[in-house]
Design a protein. Sequence first.
Length: 335
Amino acid sequence: MTIFCSHCHRPLQAERSCLPTRAKQAPSAPRPFRSTKSASKARRDQINAELQALRSLLPISAQEKERLSYLHTMALVCLRLRGAQLFPPGLAPPAGPALGTELLSLLPGFLLVLSADSKLVYISENVAQVLGLSVVELLAQGDTVFDILEGRVAEDVHKKLLLAREEPGREVTFVSEMRTSKAFRLQHGGNRVVAVCGRFVALCWPPSPSSTAFLALCTPLVQSPTDGEAASQDDIFQSMHLLDMTFIDVTESVTYHLGYHREELVGQSWYSLLHPEDAALAAAQHRAVALGAGAGPAAGTAVLRVLRKDRACTWLRVWARRDGGCITCTCRSLR
């Protein structure tokens, strides 16, 4: 009896040839850039060689080069490139290193140069005397001025720099805490309060963003006491305000700091004493305290310029807190 295939109805002996065949899988094409241990090592060696070449070109001592990490090396290279773009070597005035060191030692602070987009271009070497950090260590924080500032002042500083950039030659000033070394913070109880005073200068004509630099002198102010440190009553004065910052009381020591007697200030607005450029920062502090925004003691802290009775300006570190329907301010003079 002949048995037929169920697929093609042929005799069974031909069934093997008519069964569905399994499709042959094409061999997978090799990946052209397949990563291997040897290839990864070759890339790392090439990167290391390039970084070593860049490090050798930096105008610093051999001892300093040995301590540079890859991050520090790239930060210094970027700083030098931005500086070379703004200040071409052929246009730089000749100056010996001894003369530069001598002049820097006479300054009350350190020099800072920023590009039009707030990138760090130059930091004088004496920054270590002010912040306890070398130029290399400071660059490890970031490559913009906002990276070396502490606190919530970035928006205010950005506005000041924008104003100065729109009006080259106009001097602007802002005060902020700058990052410091751990040893400095342990010794002084916090970061350093620094007043930055500078202006944008066009390095060539016609001016353009690529040829405009912000030149500034950064002067340290006296350290403010920490929360747990008692301050002398001669260094501070306290004031009490309504929620709209109208004076309702102030300690008699205000006369020593601002020249006003208590009776002259009661009923006046706190804003009538502020330097116009610091009104926005004071308003932000006022809102944060009045509405209970923010957290921690820094939420109600600001460094402001206040006009004395003789119309001269004095810097105050102001701690503000809300007590029910009033706002209490503790102010310390910064010299």
